[in-house]
Design a protein around this ligand. Structure first.
Ligand code: MIC
Ligand code: SF4
Length: 622
């Protein structure tokens, strides 16, 4: 049988499969965590009582909470560094860069499986790995050597033909695909790229595309490992990691798309969704207040070459603030060495730390009603820290030319300056990477609170609706991030006060008053981030079930891991309606006692997931 690349890698890691063939469990070779999800993941790992991790490689990054306003972030960093040393995990200190950019440069290997407690883990699939985002508890289990279970993914074949025109970027490919497939079009699918056009894309460009596959809701994305990959691994000084990999010629895909790269044009994701795709030519003349270049999507050396080609000898518009955050120490050192940083600074750029920063609302919030152009991957409502801001996601080229003009402008036709080359030395830059010495004891400052314990929700309960919300609710709606909230990622009691706070300031106090209840929502509930706090904190507030016609993959698993029942039904309900829920192994029934509406469905949870709901979550199984 001719195999897709996706199934070549998955089958090589298969440990088991359920009887119906719907799910498969795979061995995980490598894991990654970042600080905002990592503290929970390591508290969970420690609770298993093992002496060290069981993976080939586990890396703990600090890149999200690097502001350190107050002792909380620093407490988290110390905890993470000591845990890493004690349990055999490589530690990447604050300042070393964004987890996905560094992982791509230093650790991602073709043909391997990588599980990360961050939804953009698939960035590493740019080298031909299968990298998957998951909740912290799933990553903790993988570090303990347990296989990871996924719904057997459908494989979407995206054939790329021809080559991009100057001024058109990898970012435009994925924004174009988001416009077609939407933010829920990739759920339980792997997006596999093939065709002659792939050869024209460098590994950082492939990584940009794989990174934003997360916005499709996809389990992962995958690129072949070819001569381009070989060259990338050589310049990253790890040629031994190369292994050629591709799909069998003539394999069949469950869904097919062809993208003619030569026909693509510069694109933007308009406010407030990555799939609100529009060509730049329909947006020109929109005045721009802020431009930010960075994030795990577009912060490579290659990205900064493109930006410098446009900004060289120019000044940014006086009404624009331009911030740049190189993705890693390596990128920062290289742009400094090669004079690129000087060009950007002379043009008027502000240099930010090599970290997530504004992408996760840690600083650089735009002014009221401002238009902000970002090379990032998410423009969800409120994520920038300014609810009224209009955030457009764009390529580095669109960002740079718009910063100069002061309004959204097209870079179509703009060539890279020939004085810049990609064939330069890529220093290893390992000064902030620490190998474990197995000598340190774990240090838990006062910001690290013990994991809460949850009782099972029971098979039959009556509860009130604590919030009724629309389609595509993101984890940023459920559990906001940003400078005010992120420091409490290791303190569930405190962070639970912020659940839904951007859209419903009374949610937490209502839950306390009614002793919890249920959430009723629309399609694709929980899209976006992997943060398990969007499940733990509602559970802490007494949420027992979420009733929605469909769920995002990672969030659904997080709900189950913490004992909240996800019920895939479209129920009509208003705030404080009384809902009766009952379920057994076969059926789930929901009745709105206030309106009389009654719905039921087959209980299609897997045996394992059903068991987790019955016992009150995964942590109660150890
Ligand atoms: C994000 O981009 O939303 C994050 C912050 O990286 C999250 C993880 C988190 O919430 O800590 C993600 O994408 O998983
Ligand atoms: Fe960091 Fe933003 Fe990437 Fe999340 S999406 S890992 S916050 S840079």
């Amino acid at each position: 049988m001719k195999e897709t690349l996706t199934y070549k890698i998955l089958n090589a890691h298969k440990v088991s499969e359920d009887l119906e063939g719907n799910t498969m469990s795979i061995r995980i070779d490598q894991t990654l965590t970042q600080d905002a999800t990592g503290t929970m993941a390591y508290l969970e790992f420690i609770s298993f009582g093992l002496d060290k991790v069981r993976t080939d490689l586990s890396v703990s990054y600090v890149d999200h909470n690097t502001l350190q306003n107050g002792f909380m972030n620093a407490d988290d960093h110390k905890f993470l560094q000591t845990v890493a040393d004690k349990y055999g995990i490589v530690f990447s200190k604050a300042g070393n860069g964004i987890c996905h950019q560094v992982n791509l440069e230093r650790f991602a290997v073709p043909g391997r499986t990588i599980l990360g407690s961050d939804s953009h883990t698939p960035t590493s699939s740019g080298v031909g790995a299968i990298a998957i985002g998951a909740g912290g508890l799933d990553v903790a289990c993988a570090m303990a050597g347990k296989p990871f279970t996924i719904v057997k993914p459908k494989v979407v074949g995206v054939k790329l033909i021809n080559a991009l025109r100057p001024g058109v970027s990898a970012k435009d490919i994925i924004i174009h695909l988001l416009g077609i497939m939407t933010v829920k079009g990739g759920v339980n699918k792997v997006i596999e790229y093939y065709g002659d056009g792939v050869k024209t894309l460098s590994v950082p460009e492939r990584a940009t595309i794989a990174n934003m596959g997360a916005e499709l809701g996809a389990t992962s994305s995958v690129f072949p490992s070819d001569e381009v990959t070989k060259h990338f691994l050589e310049i990253q000084k790890r040629p031994e990691d190369y292994k050629p990999l591709q799909a069998d010629e003539g394999c069949t895909y469950d869904e097919n798309y062809t993208i003619d790269l030569a026909e693509l044009e510069p694109m933007a994701s308009c406010p407030n969704s990555p799939d609100a795709a529009k060509p730049i030519r329909e947006l020109t003349n929109i005045k721009v207040d802020q431009v930010l270049i960075g994030s795990c999507t577009n912060s490579s050396y290659y990205d900064f070459i493109k930006v410098a080609s446009i900004l060289k000898g120019k000044k940014i518009h006086p009404n624009v603030s331009l911030g740049i955050a190189p993705g890693s120490q390596q990128v920062l050192q290289m742009i400094t060495r090669d004079g690129i940083l000087a060009i950007l600074l002379e043009a008027g750029a502000r240099i930010l730390e090599s970290a997530c920063g504004p992408c996760i609302g840690m600083g650089q919030s735009p002014a009221t009603d401002a238009v902000s152009l970002r090379t990032f991957n998410r423009n969800f409502y409120g994520r920038s820290g300014t609810n009224s801001a209009k955030v457009y996601l764009v390529s580095p080229e669109v960002a740079a030319i718009s910063a100069v003009k002061g309004y959204i402008a097209s870079p179509l036709g703009m060539e890279n300056d020939p004085c810049f080359s990609l064939d330069v030395d890529y220093p290893k830059c390992d000064s902030l990477l620490y190998k474990p010495t197995f000598t340190q004891e774990v240090v838990m400052g006062p910001n690290i609170k013990p994991l809460p314990k949850f009782a099972p929700i029971g098979h039959n309960f009556k509860s009130q609706v604590m919030i009724s919300c629309e389609d595509n609710i993101t984890t940023d709606h459920i559990m906001p991030a940003g400078a005010k909230v992120l420091p409490y990622r290791s303190n569930i009691e405190k962070i639970s006060e912020f659940v839904f706070s951007n859209i419903d300031a009374d949610f937490a106090s209502r839950c306390k008053k009614y002793n919890g209840g249920v959430i009723v929502a629309g399609q694709n509930y929980g899209q976006g981030s992997s943060r398990e706090h969007a499940a733990i904190a509602p559970r802490y507030l007494g949420i027992k079930a979420v009733i929605a016609p469909s769920f995002a993959r990672i969030h659904k698993k997080n709900l189950i891991n913490f004992g909240i029942l996800p019920i895939e039904l479209g129920l009509k309900a208003s705030l404080l309606d009384e809902i009766e829920v009952s379920y057994d192994r076969n059926v789930i029934r929901v009745k709105n006692l206030t309106t009389g509406e009654e719905l039921e469905k087959m209980n299609d949870l897997t045996d394992d997931d059903y068991h987790l709901i019955e016992v009150g979550g995964l942590l109660n199984t150890f």
